[in-house]
Design a protein around this ligand. Structure first.
Ligand SMILES: C[S@@+](CC[C@H](N)C(=O)[O-])C[C@H]1O[C@@H](n2cnc3c(N)ncnc32)[C@H](O)[C@@H]1O
Length: 271
């Protein structure tokens, strides 16, 4: 099944100004994601880390542990993890998303967190990390399986021995049966938005159009997410030298399959 291309309706009959992803939408990102249970998601991630290396989740050790969140966005996961005691660095390519993340960290008086603007394929850091995370479709934004390979090599270089790398991917089933039906309208602080998704099965590209009306102007962001198979992703991280602790389907602790909607991959560099 594949949905028809349906861009958001011509809001207000205006011509939309095209802007890059996560620029104009940054200000409404948390409103769009308000139904996402981030604390529950972080609890799941901590359980996955525990399966890989129990010592990395013990409360007493957390202030000594360095955690990197790639594509941290507005910091929803990073901030929870910093509050739980981890020393966190969050990296994202969008200065607008990081502006929100920094404002929230300031409001929460969190000093154990730092946000850095960079592409996740070319970030530079002198630190080595105990835990690296990259969640909520972020790696679906990388175009082409070779880019995933580059990212896996990069993460492997900055992970401490016995470190844990967890990432998730939204899979084709999700695009075919759930996300392609997605159509959300909302309003926050005088900003109106309309978000609509469409899956092109032939190119395995999941597109989301976001139209944002603010201060008399209409903007449009087009987000492209690329869909990969479990087997091609697995082949890439194994050849990057990772050992697989597990690939877990749909927020369970059961092995994922090609039919899972979302997979969390739990990897280690332990030999
Ligand atoms: C769906 S959001 C997820 C944000 C966050 N992880 C969360 O859970 O809310 C995807 C994020 O990936 C970032 N992103 C996508 N491609 C990137 C790249 N190549 N380098 C850096 N950030 C990237 C975007 O800026 C955006 O903040």
């Amino acid at each position: 099944m594949s949905s028809k291309l349906t861009r958001p309706s011509d809001l207000f009959g205006m011509k939309a100004i095209k802007v890059p992803p996560y620029t104009k939408s940054a200000a409404i990102y948390d409103h769009m994601m308000r139904i996402v249970n981030y604390p529950g998601w972080v609890r799941y991630l901590l359980n996955l880390i525990k399966i890989a290396n129990r010592s990395l989740v013990q409360r007493s050790s957390r202030p000594n542990l360095q955690l990197l969140e790639l594509a941290c966005g507005t910091g929803n996961m990073s901030l929870i993890l910093a509050k739980k005691g981890y020393r966190v660095i969050g990296i994202d390519g969008s200065s607008e998303m990081l502006y929100i993340a920094n404002s929230k960290a300031k409001r929460m008086h969190l000093s154990s967190i730092q946000f850095i603007e960079s592409d996740i394929l070319s970030f530079k850091t002198d630190s080595k990390f105990d835990i690296v995370l990259c969640c909520y479709d972020s790696l679906n934004y990388l175009e082409g399986i070779n880019s995933l390979g580059i990212l896996f090599n990069k993460v492997n270089q900055c992970l401490k021995p016995n470190g844990v790398f967890i990432f998730d991917l939204s899979m084709e089933n999700n695009s075919l049966y759930d996300a392609s039906m997605f159509d959300q309208k909302g309003k926050q602080n005088g900003t109106f938005y309309h978000r609509k998704s469409y899956y092109e099965q032939s190119s395995k590209t999941h597109k989301t159009y976001i139209r944002i009306f603010r201060n008399g102007e209409l903007f449009e962001e087009v987000h492209s997410e690329y869909i990969y198979t479990l087997s091609e992703v697995r082949e890439r991280y194994l050849s990057a030298g990772f050992k697989e602790i597990g690939a877990f389907g749909d927020f369970t602790y059961l092995p994922a399959t090609e039919k899972s909607d979302r997979i969390h991959f739990v990897l280690t560099n332990k030999q």
